[in-house]
Design a binder for this molecule. Structure first.
Ligand code: FAD
Length: 414
């Protein structure tokens, strides 16, 4: 059975998120986007408002007072908030992902200590720090040489770990009050045997955000450089098995749909681009009639909708497999690639229709182009995610009904 119907609760949450996106986020984010200083554009009032609506803690299990939302629901709400602004949606999406990780990769005692802290503070955002100045894709599509990968070190001293090193480009960097960080316990061993995950609060001595990056898009959320100078973390705040974090976190992010949620958010940008372009086409006159009445432009708008709907259904399918507890790992990577490419295509088509007017900063299209571009790289580059998915294409062996003798001969040059 194939069923695209949303549950009543999903419809309700979508409605709440849409009101928030249109009435609160759009008016504020478009102004914040133009603030030149990257550390001044974040709007805490938007976070407080969403938190009061229950949106901030959607992924926290019901036992701890959250919504217990699954990946499909988070994808739907994430896309809807991103319809208002991608940066604001990313602030929540990262928070949801790390909350889900805390809920699933921790023991009972850790959940009881960390989740109430997150629930009780309307401004508690979370961050996950993997990327470093010399290690990016190496962690997403692991390179297992001891010479590569994460260099931030974790040394065991008694019942504490001492962290030293640098992370960069981290979403919610400088904003997050709770941070999950990956560190290397032994630089002589391959990353698959020497990475550990830790959780800490932003007021831990030795931890600081030393730079907020000035970005092309997503200007309403911060991406920070995080410095760890002799940061002491007690043994009880290690997440999972020290040494095995790459496998544990990798499997977790795949099965719980990190890429799926990321892909969903960028589609919010594309939907916004479509909708304002439809309005423009139905109000702007050239050649004696509305732009929309020129068939080539009506066709353009229909194709924009087609591109984003097909990408959305791929996201929903992938989210659904995750919700069933049987994530389609290939689709989970590819749906983010598809969504980010589709979103860029949709915005580019919108640009064609808006022409010079869309290029002007006063008008809302150029921001969408800058925002959409971020997801070609964020949450893993599209190249690297595609490469990962290609490894899951499988084999077509001679006993497979799809096997073609003619192809075998052709491959042999016959
Ligand atoms: C807006 C934004 C938000 C982000 N938020 C976070 C965050 O919250 N936390 C976090 O940890 N990181 C975050 N990142 C970092 C992001 O995950 C990395 O940028 C990404 O993993 C790529 O790393 P890199 O930029 O160092 O590129 P590199 O890894 O240096 O890649 C450079 C080029 O080489 C290619 N390449 C690399 N390896 C291979 C390979 N094995 N085979 C073929 N091609 C390869 C890449 O596709 C790319 O084209 C964010 C990035 C952006 C842009």
């Amino acid at each position: 059975m194939v069923d695209f119907a949303l549950t009543e609760r999903q419809k309700e949450l979508k409605e709440i998120a849409l009101n928030y996106a249109i009435n609160s986020v759009i008016p504020r984010a478009s102004e914040a986007d133009l603030i030149p200083e990257p550390d001044k554009s974040f709007d805490w009032e938007l976070i407080r408002e969403a938190s009061r609506l229950g949106l901030r803690t959607l992924s926290v299990p019901k036992d701890f007072g959250g919504e217990g939302a699954d990946v499909l629901t988070l994808s739907i709400v994430g896309e809807t908030i991103a319809y208002g602004d991608l940066g604001v949606a990313v602030a929540f999406d990262q928070t949801w992902k790390i909350m889900t990780a805390i809920s699933h990769l921790t023991n009972d005692e850790q959940r009881k200590r960390w989740l109430p802290r997150v629930m009780d503070d309307d401004t508690c955002l979370l961050a996950a720090a993997a990327t470093e100045p010399t290690s990016g894709s190496d962690t997403i599509h692991p390179y297992d040489g001891a010479d590569g990968g994460i260099r931030l070190t974790a040394d065991k001293k008694g019942d504490r770990w001492v962290l030293n090193g640098t992370k960069r480009y981290i979403s919610n960097g400088g904003l997050a009050k709770v941070i999950y960080v990956m560190a290397r316990t032994d630089l002589s061993k391959p990353p698959s045997e020497s990475i550990a995950g830790f959780i800490l609060t932003s007021d831990t001595p030795g931890y600081s955000c030393t730079e907020v990056w000035d970005k092309l898009g997503q200007r309403t959320v911060q991406n920070g450089t995080l410095e760890f100078k002799n940061v002491e973390i007690p043994e009880e705040d290690v997440i999972g098995t020290p040494g095995n974090a790459l496998a544990e976190m990798g499997a977790f992010l795949t099965s719980f749909g990190s890429n799926i949620q990321a892909g969903a958010t960028v589609l919010g940008v594309a939907q916004r681009a479509h909708d304002i372009t439809l309005q423009y086409a139905k109000q702007r006159v050239q050649g004696g009639k509305l732009i929309f009445e020129h068939q080539i432009q009506a066709k353009r708008l229909a194709r924009m909708q087609m591109m984003l709907e097909s990408a959305r259904f791929y996201i929903w399918y992938s989210g659904w497999t995750s919700t069933q507890g049987n994530t389609d790992a290939r689709a989970a990577s590819l749906c983010k690639v598809c969504a980010s490419e589709s979103a860029l295509n949709v915005v580019q088509e919108a640009f064609e229709l808006w022409a010079a007017t869309g290029y002007m900063k006063k008008n809302p299209i150029e921001k969408l182009l800058r925002d959409a571009l971020s997801f070609i790289h964020s949450d893993g580059t599209n190249d690297v995610l595609t490469l990962k998915a290609s490894r899951l294409l499988g084999e077509i062996e001679p006993d497979d009904p799809r096997y073609s003798k003619r192809v075998e001969l052709a491959a042999a040059g016959l």
